[in-house]
Ligand binder design. Structure first.
Ligand code: ASP
Length: 480
């Protein structure tokens, strides 16, 4: 009998997870699901992350050392960063186009928007911002009483713990000097970088440095090191194969946990949450789906003729389904690497270098979502952002997506910085917070798909792409 492809098994796991969560919440068993099933989802993410750091380290060292020529490495690095930047800017522009065309925020009723605007003015007044556009409601006697009521209300809303927590994290990254991101790439102690999954760029820096130095030492010394590195690399790849065998079950646990945490013992709540933010969510989703089904296929058609549209999706589907269920490009990285190498036929020398960088700095889905979210939040507060402010959004969303860690909800934290850059209240992230986890799943798929697309372009440009149609059921086969 023909084996069922892994991504189908993962999708079945996901669907069963959601069905289980719905049953358990209607039967009042949510606590059971969270206590006894959800932890397996966490174990899965831990396993993947556990593999990701050493895999990145050893595969970059081997990739760089096998390239054999530091100058071609420099050229490839420049190209990689340039194309990553271009796709990010395209994603943000698409987000801005959609949110300015659909205007999801303007569908909210007039009275709520006026109330929102008053609360914004109260906040802006306290922060010392000048309100330039439209009516100043605080100066209008007809609105003064309402302003007082709202002022009391918003004080208590801002205290929401989960939001306050995220604000603190964002504040920390804002306080640094302009060159701090560069400083952060160079570790002062390599072992402490290994001990923290958030420091992927430091590991990449060290691995490139190490790989380049291997090129400069006599070959009788470098060969055994390289052999060892290649061997260790194989071990980690086998670990990915083994973990992926159990992926459908783990994904079931992950989804059951995520949905149960949202719904508690009341399924209706999930629907309620979505109803109020449906237009915003829809705009983000349309943008993300357009990236996956229009923009990336178009880019592939133009620049990578070898890989057909359907072949690309078939090859990447295990990574895409995993990105969806884990909401973390870092956790998905080991699988992305295998899909790109084994199924798309990208040479390891390219993928081992381009993909880990992409997982850390290239987040097209996150940047598109940030652009839509900022404009939507402005719209529901009756604020029209000028073209200049929208350009600021392009710039800060690009930087924020680069700075976002490849873990769940990182994009939401960095949104605080984008909001602040155009004088909006960062606490508004609380408004879109309820639907964020679900949108995170979709934007992570885009992030991973974008990395694979760019990786194929670079590989094709370097003549290191050898695509052959393959049965997807063979991916992660233990005997391969
Ligand atoms: N979860 C996303 C990722 O890992 C980042 C984000 O948008 O929150 O790619």
């Amino acid at each position: 009998m023909k084996k069922l492809a892994l991504h189908w098994k993962i999708i079945i796991g996901m669907v069963l997870g959601i069905i289980w969560a719905l049953i358990s919440s209607s039967m009042g068993w949510s606590a059971f699901t969270i206590n006894w099933i959800d932890p397996f989802g966490t174990i899965f993410i831990n396993l993947l992350k556990l593999i990701a750091v050493p895999l990145v380290l050893f595969s970059i060292i081997s990739g760089v050392a096998n390239i054999g020529d530091p100058s071609s490495l420099g050229r490839m690095g420049g190209k990689t960063l340039g194309i990553y930047l271009l796709t990010t800017i395209m994603a943000i522009s698409l987000g801005l186009l959609l949110v300015n065309t659909f205007k999801p925020g303007k569908l909210m009723d007039e009275q709520s928007r006026i109330d929102n605007r008053i609360s914004y003015e109260i906040w802006a007044d306290a922060e010392g911002y000048q309100i330039k556009d439209g009516i100043n409601y605080l100066k209008d006697p007809a609105f003064l009483e309402r302003a007082q009521e709202i002022s009391e209300l918003s004080k208590s809303e801002l205290k929401e713990a989960s939001v306050a927590d995220k604000m603190q994290t964002a504040e920390k990254s804002k306080e640094s000097t302009p060159l701090q991101p560069l400083v952060d790439i160079v570790p002062d102690n390599f072992f402490s970088s290994l001990a923290d999954n958030g420091r992927m760029l430091q590991i990449i820096f060290f691995a490139i440095f190490f790989g380049v130095c291997l090129l400069f030492i006599p070959s009788d010394k470098s060969k055994p090191v390289l052999k060892l590195v290649d061997g260790i690399n194989e071990v980690f790849l086998k670990m990915v194969d083994i973990v992926m065998q159990a992926a459908p079950f783990f994904v079931f646990a992950l989804l059951a946990g995520v949905v149960s945490k949202m719904a508690g013992n009341d399924i209706g709540k999930v629907l309620e949450i979505f109803k109020s933010l449906s237009w915003y969510s829809l705009t983000v989703l349309v943008g993300l789906l357009m990236m996956i089904f229009v923009i990336y296929p178009l880019i592939l058609k133009l620049f990578v003729k070898q890989i057909p549209y359907t072949g690309f999706f078939k090859s990447m589907s295990p990574a895409q389904t995993l990105a969806f269920s884990t909401s973390s490009s870092a956790a998905t990285l080991p699988v992305t690497m295998e899909c790109v190498e084994q199924n798309l036929g990208v040479d390891k020398k390219i993928s081992s270098f381009v993909l880990p960088i992409g997982a850390t700095v290239n987040m097209d889905g996150t940047s598109l979502y940030q652009a839509v979210a900022v404009i939507f939040l402005a719209q529901i507060h009756m604020i029209d952002l000028t073209i200049g402010q929208q350009l600021t959004v392009v710039l800060t969303a690009t930087l924020a997506s680069i700075g976002s860690a490849a873990v769940p909800s990182a994009g939401l934290v960095m949104l605080i910085i984008v909001l602040s850059s155009v004088g909006l209240n960062p606490a508004w992230i609380a408004i879109i917070f309820p639907v964020d986890r679900i949108l995170d799943m979709f934007r992570t798929v885009v992030n991973v798909t974008g990395d694979a697309t760019v990786c194929s372009i670079i590989a094709d440009g370097e003549n290191m792409l050898n695509y052959k149609e393959k049965d997807p059921a063979e991916t992660f086969d233990l005997d391969s």
